[in-house]
Design a protein around this ligand. Structure first.
Ligand code: HEM
Length: 429
């Protein structure tokens, strides 16, 4: 048995010394040294999460890739072996029965196959590509809001609003209602998506709003309908089958949520990493000034690998006993694949702790792998590339304001991102 991987999550001293503290404040700031330790000494490690739930952490690239594609690991929280009375207090989304929670990230085949096929008919690469001018316009409008000031908080004024307006627009949420979405989403992000209080009220409001919007869009379909994504979702059919209104609402909800905080963090973590690597940033700025897009494309992939938005993939539960990285995983055990650790695995990436925007052989796991691979990756790439290119072009001397040591990371389990990112720059005249 590996050192440090005693059943029950009790840290043990072994060849590599004691397990480094996980989920501390220091860990939130820089989890990578602890992940390096786990990869080497306890690559499939059972631990107690801050919520009290025990789960396996998978940190090596090869194991992570295998686990993400392993159909014996279910996404359905009903397979979790926690006693029923503990449900809803574990922080596992979907454990409380809610209509909006029957979505792609909480279901397995054959339901997953059917829903994913239907949504893929509406969420097409063509629809995303056609959206490019709108993402550029949104990006410029947000930068206009602070460019003359010479300083800004890039999370609140830029990274946060951009994806919410983008996905609302794409879904076909009327502009006058989008600020409500911004408020509801802000509430959910600030409170980590927990099930109680203001968050529950926000989810309820959003559910009510979506139900009504879907109803309206369905009625409009008879008259030709809109060409927005929600209308596309309602109209999509597969062998004569359509989404039910509940399924459409759950789909809209997961598109909003899977596509929101992730993109905030892609922009936030990406800018943060570039400001800390002046030579890489200079390379990217030179390439943008020359009108090239190649380095921007490989660069955004590298930023996803180096410090991606999704630190741990979403929950999986063993439906039968299995062996993972030499460890026996029992039925009902939660398994968390640590994408951030896998993407720094020296067995897969040369110089994994080096940010290299030119990196070519870069099959990172930042968007996951297998049947749950990120549906929104084309939109995320479009938003990430547009945001970074426009920021660095319009505000070429962008720099940290204040002490970078004061930066605070959000303490969520799945996502990795900054609370604020104060910057300064020469004001645009
Ligand atoms: C799934 C990452 C943006 C929609 C996933 C997964 C990851 C991921 C890692 C798989 C989770 C798992 O297997 O447990 C990201 C990152 C993004 C991003 C890093 C931004 C940089 C988006 C956007 C959208 C989106 C913009 C939609 C508008 C989805 C959906 C799924 C998903 C619907 C579930 C797919 C399924 O279960 O079949 N994403 N995502 N994502 N993502 Fe993204």
């Amino acid at each position: 048995e590996q050192p440090g991987a005693a059943p029950g999550g009790c840290p043990r001293t072994g060849a590599g010394g004691p397990v480094p503290p996980l989920f501390s404040r220091q860990f939130a700031t820089d989890p990578y040294p602890a992940y390096a330790w786990l990869r080497e000494h306890a690559p499939v490690h059972r631990t107690v999460l801050p919520s009290g739930v025990e789960a396996w952490l998978v940190t090596r690239y090869a194991d992570a890739r295998q686990a993400l594609a392993d159909q014996r690991l279910s996404k359905n929280p009903a397979h979790h072996d926690e006693p029923a009375h503990a449900r809803g207090r574990t922080g596992i989304p979907g454990e409380r029965k809610a209509e909006l929670m029957t979505h792609l990230l909480n279901i397995d085949p054959p339901d997953h196959t059917r829903l994913r096929r239907l949504v893929s008919k509406a969420f097409t690469p063509r629809r995303v590509a056609a959206f490019e001018p709108r993402v550029q316009e949104l990006t410029d409008r947000l930068i206009d809001g602070f460019a003359a000031r010479g300083e800004a908080d890039l999370i609140h004024e830029f990274a946060f609003p951009l994806p919410i307006y983008a996905i609302c627009d794409m879904l076909g949420v009327p502009r006058e209602d989008q600020d409500d979405f911004r408020d509801w989403a802000g509430m959910m992000i600030r409170h980590g998506g927990g099930p109680r209080g203001g968050v529950a009220r926000s989810v309820k409001k959003m559910r009510g709003y979506l139900a009504e919007l879907i109803h309206r869009k369905r009625a409009e379909l008879g008259e030709g309908g809109g060409d927005d994504l929600l209308s596309g979702l309602i109209a999509a059919s597969d062998h004569g089958e359509h989404l039910t209104e509940n399924e459409a609402a759950a789909m809209a909800f997961i598109l909003l949520f899977a596509g929101f905080e992730t993109t905030v963090n892609l922009i936030g973590n990406g800018v943060h990493a570039l400001l800390r690597h002046p030579e890489q940033r200079a390379l990217l700025q030179a390439s943008l000034a020359a009108g090239e897009s190649g380095l921007l494309e490989t660069g955004v992939e590298e930023l996803l690998r180096y410090d991606g938005p999704v630190e741990l993939a979403t929950w999986r539960f063993a439906t039968e006993p299995l062996t993972l990285g030499g460890q026996s995983v029992g039925v009902g055990d939660p398994v968390l694949v640590v994408l951030a650790a896998a993407d720094r695995d020296p067995a897969r990436f040369d110089a994994p702790d080096t940010l290299d925007l030119t990196r070519r052989d870069n099959q990172h796991l930042g968007y996951g792998h297998g049947i749950h691979y990120c549906l929104g990756a084309p939109l995320a790439r479009l938003e990430g590339q547009t945001a970074l290119a426009t920021l660095l072009t319009r505000l070429p001397d962008l720099r940290d304001a204040g002490d970078p040591g004061d930066l605070r990371w959000r303490g969520g389990l799945i996502m990795r991102g900054l609370r604020t990112l104060p910057v300064e720059f020469t004001p645009e005249s």
